[in-house]
Ligand binder design. Structure first.
Ligand code: SF4
Ligand code: SF4
Length: 395
């Protein structure tokens, strides 16, 4: 079966669920807490029922619910998460215009030795990347990070020898314990290559219920090879704040579509941890509470509806439409920036990233196009979403 037809089958069949976590060789579940009563909004008594997993051959033990700090500006949420027992925290040099690391460092100061801390570099050369790492350590107020990632690589060619040398040099200098690569797309080719690369210890990949079945295979393969796997974009675009007033999204939000999406991801036994974004105490509590409630038929039903709701505008960042735009626009990137605004409620981040594009891409307008040449096999309304990005972000 071709990859395209396999993807269409996936869509036609609705959700494809990963193998149950009971097959895990690296998981150990804590004693389950009592399920919450209907309508209960705080975490169950006795505290969160964390699951602990091992991040591949690194041997790092982490809670399966980690914390993606990218859009968190309130350090007290990060601090409380660490106090409640979350042990994995992820940031990057570029988040929040360079200010996110400072907030994370301050929030985790008391707990630094008890948590696994990762950051990332977008440096394009060994020298630039290592200079960014020094800046990261300064901002995080720590001598080392546990994992240092090359940020946002989508092709094998982007993981250059020069950058791999930077990872090795950082390990040798004791500035990072482990080396990683993060990827938003291109996993079909990139992840098998990373799985075989002895210089890479951990892979941070986008992964959620909207993605095609090959993602389960490449994640399982990398896990078997001993790589630690961390999942991001687990809630498929968030929709926590974005598109307020959209009745479909509002309803799904109330019904718990986001936590169902999180639990769907956590069923995959090859994953070490996840890094959902959490910006306030309510989101932290909602995620913590779900740790004691297994994924069930109700979640499956909610996600099937959610998939239909988000299909016209949620880009899975599969990269399949690369090169199709007649004006050469980087569709996958632009649609990710729309997700920052609409899904995560982070308009500034989306606009900041958009304005970093090539000036000819920033000034391009889909309304001047005689017809969209981009075909999305997942049903994303590309021209409409691109026009939305231009209306939202362009000067
Ligand atoms: S628009 Fe569609 S084909 Fe293009 S990257 Fe997004 S999901 Fe893939
Ligand atoms: S409508 Fe927009 S995305 Fe589609 S081909 Fe034209 S410029 Fe590219």
């Amino acid at each position: 079966m071709s990859q395209k037809s396999s993807r269409r089958s996936f869509l036609a069949a609705g959700l494809v669920l990963p193998a149950a976590a009971s097959a895990s060789r690296s998981t150990q579940q804590s004693a389950p807490a009592a399920p919450p009563r209907p309508g209960q909004t705080s975490k169950p008594s006795g505290g969160p029922a964390f699951q602990y997993r091992t991040l591949g051959k690194t041997g790092l033990r982490v809670t399966s619910l980690g914390f993606g700090c990218m859009i968190t500006s309130d350090g007290s949420v990060v601090e409380r998460a660490a106090d409640l027992g979350i042990t994995y925290f992820d940031t990057a040099r570029s988040y929040m215009g360079g200010n996110n690391e400072r907030m994370v460092g301050a929030a985790l100061k008391r707990k630094r030795k008890d948590v696994v801390l990762s950051t990332k570099t977008e440096g394009n050369s060994k020298q630039e990347a290592l200079a960014q790492l020094d800046k990261s350590l300064q901002e995080l107020a720590t001598d080392y990070v546990d994992i240092w990632y090359l940020h946002g690589k989508t092709t094998i060619g982007a993981v250059t020898d020069d950058l791999v040398e930077a990872l090795q040099a950082a390990k040798k200098a004791g500035k990072t314990r482990f080396a990683g690569v993060s990827t938003h797309g291109g996993q079909q080719d990139l992840m098998p290559w990373l799985a075989k690369n002895p210089n890479i210890d951990v892979i941070l990949t986008s992964y959620n219920f909207t993605m095609p079945p090959f993602m389960d295979s490449v994640i399982a393969e990398a896990g078997k090879a001993g790589k630690g796997i961390v999942a991001m974009k687990v809630m498929a675009g968030g929709t926590r704040r974005g598109r307020a007033g959209d009745p479909g999204i509002e309803k799904l939000r109330r019904e718990g579509a986001l936590t169902s999406a999180l639990k769907w991801v956590l069923r995959n036994p090859s994953l070490g941890t996840t890094v959902p974004s959490m910006t306030d105490m309510d989101q932290l509590d909602a995620n913590l509470m779900q740790m004691s409630i297994p994924f069930g038929a109700a979640d499956e039903k909610i996600l099937a509806v959610h998939l239909r709701e988000i299909t016209p505008f949620y880009c899975r960042m599969c990269g399949e439409c690369a090169g199709q735009c007649r004006q050469g626009l980087p569709v996958e990137d632009v649609l990710r920036f729309v997700t920052y605004a609409d899904g995560y409620g982070q308009f500034s981040l989306g606009r900041e990233r958009y304005l970093q594009l090539h000036p000819s891409h920033v000034s391009a307008r889909c309304e001047n196009c005689p017809g969209c040449t981009v075909q999305c096999p997942y049903g994303v309304q590309v021209a409409a979403q691109m026009a939305r990005a231009q209306a939202l972000f362009a000067c």
